[in-house]
Design a protein around this ligand. Structure first.
Ligand code: UGA
Length: 458
């Protein structure tokens, strides 16, 4: 960042908004989870942002102050920046492109049939940009896109023989669902991939408040930035699969995975994060990104055996947890009432994509069980997948009369269950604790028949 750039900053984000002299006019295309958080946070940095989407329903909702996803803190951030006149929403994508210098692409990149990321939405946006280039533009990808997409976007825009210059750039996101707002406003790092000084300077302006506060700001070429995103997600997924496999061994040899993870994590070279065993990772990112990375590598003649193993181990883990639940019921679930607590792929989100709860519910239905389910936020989404199971509004209603309880998501509300009270409500005190929320000794003292992940003999 150039020294002469005067940045006037407030002390804390969200308390008062920074005003700085290099704020940019930005269009964010796509108002999904990534685009919405991006748009609101860039506005919070003082930029003027229009969030664009072809879905009129979504834009109408946003213009009426409603947020289509559950993400803690996002509603306040959006409302604050709308009030400040820095954040608007529109369906006029072409106009948004024409009126702004920096364009962020934040549309979805779903799973393709072969494990690759499907780029149809990114391609469509690149064409629209090509058709509407009315001056210099910086076109920056925020969606998670395969390595090489920067080049692909450049080629598409060039097909339209634009009369103006443009740059492409990559600015991968490292947001976790459920904590996306603080992750954006106080990041571990901002990574930008650029191939021109002009693009770099624009992105430095966009992120000026973070640079000024000395958050690490890493500038690379475009393929490197794209690779950092996938390398990070695949590494974290591998860490989870690693501890999940070790948990299986702990179960066999009487070791306690909680302390194995703790003991490992105290080594600064390893770190304790993402060493929590569970029912297998889910969500819209790890399952898709690990597959896409393996695919990209394979198309380049590279075999990513470690990432492939992490994917396999995760698929096994989802079956492993189901098997443990069935074993607690002597492999006879027919006609049994099973309470499933937690449907989201993790706590603090309503997202059920690739949630381990899906595998368990499917197996229970196939086995002839009656499923009662509870989740503080994800019920409506799960109803679309399993319309015929019973969805309850409270934990008590869900577990009442149950032959067994399966805990799949680590919501605070579930982690703070009073076990003695739960035992009084259920028909049989059988508990599959797939998130290791409860101490085995306490469960044992209360007379539960239970299992967990890597702590069964403690
Ligand atoms: C993940 C990354 O953490 C973000 O950095 C990244 O930006 C994001 O993907 C993305 O690519 O958009 P997210 O999928 O929201 O974020 O959720 P995580 O908190 O990473 O959890 C992913 C899965 O791993 C969940 O199913 C979670 O329950 C599981 N997990 C996580 C474990 O089983 N054990 C752990 O120790 C940590």
């Amino acid at each position: 960042m150039k020294k002469n750039r005067q940045v006037l900053l407030s002390v804390v984000f969200l308390i008062s908004t920074p005003i700085y002299s290099f704020a940019k006019d930005i269009a964010v295309i796509g108002t999904g989870y990534v685009g919405l958080v991006l748009g609101a946070a860039l506005a919070e940095f003082g930029n003027k942002v229009v969030c664009l989407d072809i879905s009129k329903d979504k834009i109408d909702m946003l213009n009426n102050g409603q947020i289509p996803i559950y993400e803690p803190g996002l509603d306040k951030l959006v409302a604050k920046n709308i009030d400040a006149g820095r954040l608007t929403f529109s369906t006029k994508v072409a106009e948004g492109i024409r009126n702004n210098e920096a364009i962020f692409i934040a549309v979805g990149t779903p799973f393709g049939d072969d494990g690759s990321a499907d780029l149809k939405y990114v391609d469509a946006v690149a064409h629209t940009i090509g058709e509407n280039l009315n001056g210099y533009k910086l076109v920056c990808t925020k969606s998670t896109v395969p390595i090489g997409t920067g080049k692909r976007i450049r080629n598409i825009i060039e097909q339209h023989n634009p009369a103006y210059e443009f740059d492409t750039a990559s600015n991968p996101e490292f947001l976790r669902e459920g904590s996306a707002v603080p992750d954006f406003l106080e990041p571990d790092r901002v990574v930008i991939g650029v191939d021109s000084q002009r693009a770099q300077e624009i992105l430095e302006d966009v992120y000026a408040p973070l640079i000024e506060k000395n958050y690490p700001f890493l500038v690379t070429n475009i393929p490197t930035a794209e690779a950092i995103k996938y390398a990070s997600n695949a590494f974290l997924a591998t860490k989870i699969s690693y501890i999940n496999e070790l948990a299986k061994l702990c179960d066999k040899v009487g070791a306690d995975v909680k302390f194995v993870a703790k003991g490992m994590g105290l080594d600064k070279r390893i770190g304790g994060a993402f060493l929590y065993p569970g029912p297998g990772y889910g969500g819209s990112c790890f399952p898709k990104d690990t597959e896409a990375l393996v695919y990209t590598a394979a198309t380049n003649g590279v075999h990513l055996d470690i990432v492939k193993a992490a994917i396999d181990a995760n698929n096994h883990q989802k079956h492993h947890v189901t098997r443990k639940l069935f074993e607690l019921l002597d492999n006879d679930v027919k006609g049994k009432n099973i309470a499933v607590l937690g449907l989201a792929f993790k706590a603090n989100t309503d997202d059920i994509r690739y949630s381990p709860a899906i595998n368990i519910i499917k197996a229970l239905i196939n086995g002839g069980a009656h499923v009662k389910a509870f989740d503080p936020e994800a019920t409506e989404n799960m109803k679309e997948l399993f319309p015929h199971i019973s969805y309850m509004n409270s934990i008590d209603e869900t577990v009442k009369g149950a032959d067994a309880v399966a805990i799949i998501t680590e919501w605070d509300e579930i982690a703070s269950i009073d076990l003695a009270h739960l035992k009084k409500l259920v028909k049989t005190p059988i508990l599959m604790d797939a998130r290791n929320l409860f101490e085995p000794q306490i469960l044992r003292n209360l007379g539960f028949k239970f299992d967990n992940i890597g702590r069964s003999h403690i």
